[in-house]
Ligand binder design. Structure first.
Ligand code: TYD
Length: 141
């Protein structure tokens, strides 16, 4: 049986080169993450108490990394909710399509890096939670 969507959202551990000079991590598309990277974006200067995300994607795969600081990623597949705390830059959270996500509890000076499987496409977004729930119920996601 296939895992339910929320269990397909997994933490990925990236290589980490540790030296007295500091740490270095790297990410290769189609190697350390399960898709080719077509876009990178990042969230920064997020005010205390703000929430980002608040949508699902129809087809987009993403990996979210706390490059600096920390934040929570709340995931919802319409049936189950999972909260993932990210606070180290050698871990990424793979979010497959079809999951509602909200990013919250940003620490000061945090930076959230997102690696995405496609360029920006507003048509790929589901921004209304009730619409998301209906699409899940209808098997459209
Ligand atoms: P949005 O995806 O709603 O932000 P978040 O989910 O992180 O809270 O994007 C906010 C705005 O930025 C929206 O007008 C679309 C625009 N945007 C782009 O133009 N390109 C991008 O790659 C992203 C992620 C957003």
């Amino acid at each position: 049986m296939n895992p339910v969507p929320i269990d397909q959202a997994q933490i990925i551990t990236f290589p980490k080169n540790t030296e007295p000079r500091g740490n270095l991590s790297f990410i290769e598309g189609n190697n350390h993450i399960p898709f080719a990277i077509k876009r990178i974006y990042y969230l920064y200067d997020v005010p205390s108490g703000a929430t980002r995300g608040g949508h699902a994607h129809k087809t987009l795969n993403e990996v979210i990394i706390a490059l600096s600081g920390s934040f929570d990623v709340m995931l919802d597949d319409g049936a189950k909710i999972k909260r993932v705390f990210l606070n180290r830059p050698h871990y990424g959270l793979h979010i497959p399509p079809g999951l509602w996500r909200e990013l919250e509890n940003f620490s000061s000076n945090s930076v959230a890096l997102a690696l995405a499987s496609n360029i920006y496409d507003e048509d790929d977004y589901i921004r209304n939670y009730d619409v998301f729930k209906k699409m899940v119920a209808n098997g459209e996601l």
